[in-house]
Design a protein around this ligand. Structure first.
Ligand SMILES: [Fe+2]
Length: 242
């Protein structure tokens, strides 16, 4: 299983605070059946340039990777969680922030009603740069999704949807989570883990909850979507669009 959302790199954002903490997070992930984990450190265009971000991210990635080399811990795949900003579709450097080996760029949308302009920006990322936006933690915007018009607009967009494990674990939200997954409106999962205490790796727990509720095929479908993301078969990913 691939964890598509994590803040596993040490001292890169509000996630892991040290190499030791990163290793503990990786160990917990491994115990839950995770063999790959995408590092999606926060990137905010208002704070720094993509190239400055990449210098920081790559340095943290190399340090951690050297430390775990030869171990059986999950492999780390570098990516980013890019805060939405106006004009992002014209920023060529965003190409370097995609999840390595995929055409996916994780985008963190604002927590407000999404305007037509925002949705056009996502579409333009795909049209102008061939990047497929992967909308991070859709569970955070669930009230917006219940807005029928927004749901209809998302339907025609070239985007994929990621949900956090907690969406499926939390009893208050799990019903909605299972329903969206069953309708194939969620494509990829992530723990969005930040540490080993309050926001620890928990994707294994979510997979068990999904398997118990919807059967193992639902978990296998998520696995298969993850493999597709790295398969270089863009057309197969496009078939997943809502
Ligand atoms: Fe995140």
């Amino acid at each position: 299983m691939i964890d598509f959302h994590s803040h596993i790199l040490p001292k890169t954002d509000d996630g892991s605070s040290s190499i030791n903490e990163s290793i503990e997070m990786l160990t917990l992930s491994k115990q839950q059946g995770i063999n790959y984990i995408v590092s999606t450190s926060h990137f905010y265009a208002s704070d720094e340039s993509p190239s400055d971000f990449l210098l920081r991210r790559n340095s943290a990635y190399q340090k951690l990777n050297e430390t775990i080399e030869g171990s059986s811990l999950p492999k780390i795949i570098p990516g980013a969680e890019v805060g939405y900003f106006e004009g992002m579709s014209d920023c060529d450097e965003l190409n370097k922030l995609i999840i390595t080996g995929t055409p996916l760029l994780m985008v963190e949308m604002p927590v407000c009603r999404w305007s037509e302009r925002m949705l056009c920006e996502l579409e333009a990322l795909y049209e102008k740069q061939g990047i497929i936006p992967l909308i991070a933690h859709i569970d955070r915007y669930i009230k917006l999704l219940h807005d029928k018009k927004l749901a209809d607009k998302l339907k025609g967009l070239p985007v994929l949807i990621q949900a956090n494990a907690s969406f499926f674990i939390d009893k208050k939200t799990s019903r909605t989570a299972f329903s969206l997954l069953a309708k194939e409106k969620i494509h990829l999962l992530g723990s969005d883990c930040h540490n080993i205490t309050t926001r620890r790796p928990n994707l294994g727990e979510a997979c068990k909850a999904i398997s118990d509720k919807l059967g193992n095929d639902a978990v296998n479908k998520i696995r298969s979507n993850g493999r597709l993301a790295f398969s270089q078969k863009k057309t197969s990913l496009e078939e997943l669009f809502i």
